[in-house]
Every structure is written in structure tokens, then in C-alpha cells.
Ligand binder design. Structure first.
Ligand code: S3P
Length: 174
């Protein structure tokens, strides 16, 4: 049995399945799951949408970076990040210190489909969310690519298949 002492960090665009895969993976491995969005919301005492409304994207990013700085990585965990966490190089550096970075990639049309019912993502509250997704997707692709230790194309995969692919790649067992 091989057990990595390091955490597994999930990155990827909104709707790429980070939260759901993170839950399943953490349950399978018996590891704790930490979610940077949840930590930011808990620290500031308000939901992400309210943080964006009151402090703007920059205020949210500051809080997100500060949360990452508090993580010591002593215990292996499944770390779920927000879709924009990789936009700051300091964050990527921190995530690398914490564990292996897995990019949950998906095709643009798949993400647009998955996000079509999303009502709570502040960055998508625009006149044309489909176009916004396209623009953000194009801008961010390279950030995910640069940050990732490895990539899983989740487009045609179930949550279970994605989770299994991560475990296979990292050879982690409970
Ligand atoms: C963001 C994605 C969100 C959340 C915030 C900003 C982004 O997380 O961190 O709304 O910049 O892509 P999810 O990727 O979990 O939706």
C-alpha cells in the first residue's frame, strides 16, 4: 500500500466538479476535505456573493490568499480551491507546498452546460453569462496548465471515474 503524506489539491474552472469530486475523494480516502471558498466565507462571516458585493473581487482574492497562508499541510487533506485561486502566483506556490495539484479540466461547452443553472456565482452575474464563461475560460486556461502537476479531462467522466483516475494517478489508498 502506498500512502502519500501530501495533500491533493483540486484546481479548475467553475463547474469543473472540484467540490463534488473533493467530497467523494475525501470520503474514499478517509482524509479531511478543506474548501477555500468555505474557509473564506467562514472567516468573513458571509457568503461568497456577499463578499464580492461588499469587498469586490480584489477583497475576495486577498481573503483567499490569506486563507492559503494559514494552511500548514501537516495532515494530508483534499484541498478544494476556487476557480480563480491560481490567478495569483503566490497561491500556486503555496498549493505546491501543500500537495499535488490536479487540474479538473472540461471542455468549454460542457462547462457552459453545467454552469447554465448556476445562480450563485458572482462572476457570472453578467448580461451574457455564456460569453463571460468563454472569456474567463480562455484567459484562465494557461494558469491551470502551468499550475497543474497533472490533468484529468472530466468532460465525459462520472464523479466516480474522476475520483478513481486521481487515485490511480497518485497511487493513494486509504
Ligand atoms: C471563482 C470561483 C468560485 C469562487 C468565486 C470566484 C472564480 O469558486 O471562488 O466565486 O474566480 O472562478 P468555484 O470554482 O467553486 O465556483
Amino acid at each position: 500500500m502506498t500512502v502519500t503524506p501530501r495533500s491533493i489539491v483540486l484546481i479548475g474552472f467553475m463547474g469543473s466538479g472540484k467540490s463534488s469530486v473533493g467530497q467523494l475523494l475525501a470520503r474514499d480516502l478517509g482524509w479531511p476535505r478543506v474548501d477555500t471558498d468555505e474557509m473564506v466565507a467562514a472567516k468573513l462571516g458571509m457568503p461568497i456573493a456577499a463578499i464580492f458585493a461588499r469587498l469586490g473581487e480584489e477583497g475576495f482574492r486577498e481573503a483567499e490568499g490569506a486563507i492559503l497562508d494559514t494552511m500548514d499541510g501537516a495532515q494530508p487533506a483534499v484541498i478544494v480551491t476556487g476557480g480563480g485561486t491560481v490567478l495569483r502566483s503566490h497561491n500556486i506556490q503555496r498549493l505546491r507546498e501543500l500537495g499535488k495539484i490536479v487540474w479538473l479540466m472540461a471542455d468549454l461547452d460542457v462547462l457552459q452546460q453545467r454552469l447554465s443553472r448556476s445562480r450563485n456565482r458572482p462572476l457570472l452575474q453578467t448580461g451574457d453569462p455564456v460569453a463571460t464563461i468563454g472569456t474567463l475560460f480562455a484567459t484562465r486556461h494557461e494558469f491551470y496548465k502551468q499550475a497543474a502537476d497533472f490533468t484529468i479531462d472530466t468532460s465525459g467522466l462520472s464523479l466516480e471515474e474522476v475520483t478513481k483516475a486521481i487515485r490511480n494517478e497518485l497511487s493513494v489508498e486509504r
